[in-house]
Design a binder for this molecule. Sequence first.
Ligand code: ADP
Length: 159
Amino acid sequence: MPKTAIYPGTFDPITRGHEDIIIRATKLFDRVIVAVAANPKKQPLFALQERLDLAKAVLESCPNVEVLGFDDLLTNFAKAQDAQVILRGLRAVSDFESELQMACMNRHLAPQLETFFLAPSEQYHFLSSSLVREVASYDGDMSEFVDPLVAKALKLKKV
Ligand code: ADP
């Protein structure tokens, strides 16, 4: 049976760290769904449609990757997509507690779904969308951290 993994996140915006996890996942699963959460409570810098468009453009050359938006309970969305696996990236110890809590809650809600954690390449361990937004707001060099399309979109966001 083909295996589908769903990689949920806010992707505000998609970074090289996210890309690293997605590329690793494409080697392990038949289908990888990048699930961009609407997440209005986080008051994202980029609107859902902008985050979707950026992720789609950045991941255009990855053949078994789909980018979809969602505004539902993750376990419901994963079931609707016939996913067997929820994928999350683990950077530092600081990610661990909340990620474990979320994995346990998701298992409680949907026991048939397994959460997999992947670690990115070391150069991305410190990278987060929030840091990228912060550095970009002061015109810092973004080229190592995000795709050129994302760097351009960040520049345009700055008033
Ligand atoms: P969320 O709001 O769900 O945390 P993010 O877009 O910040 O959404 O992150 C989505 C997933 O990607 C999370 O599992 C997060 O730990 C992971 N992630 C974020 N940045 C990186 C990175 N640099 N390397 C590896 N994983 C990352």
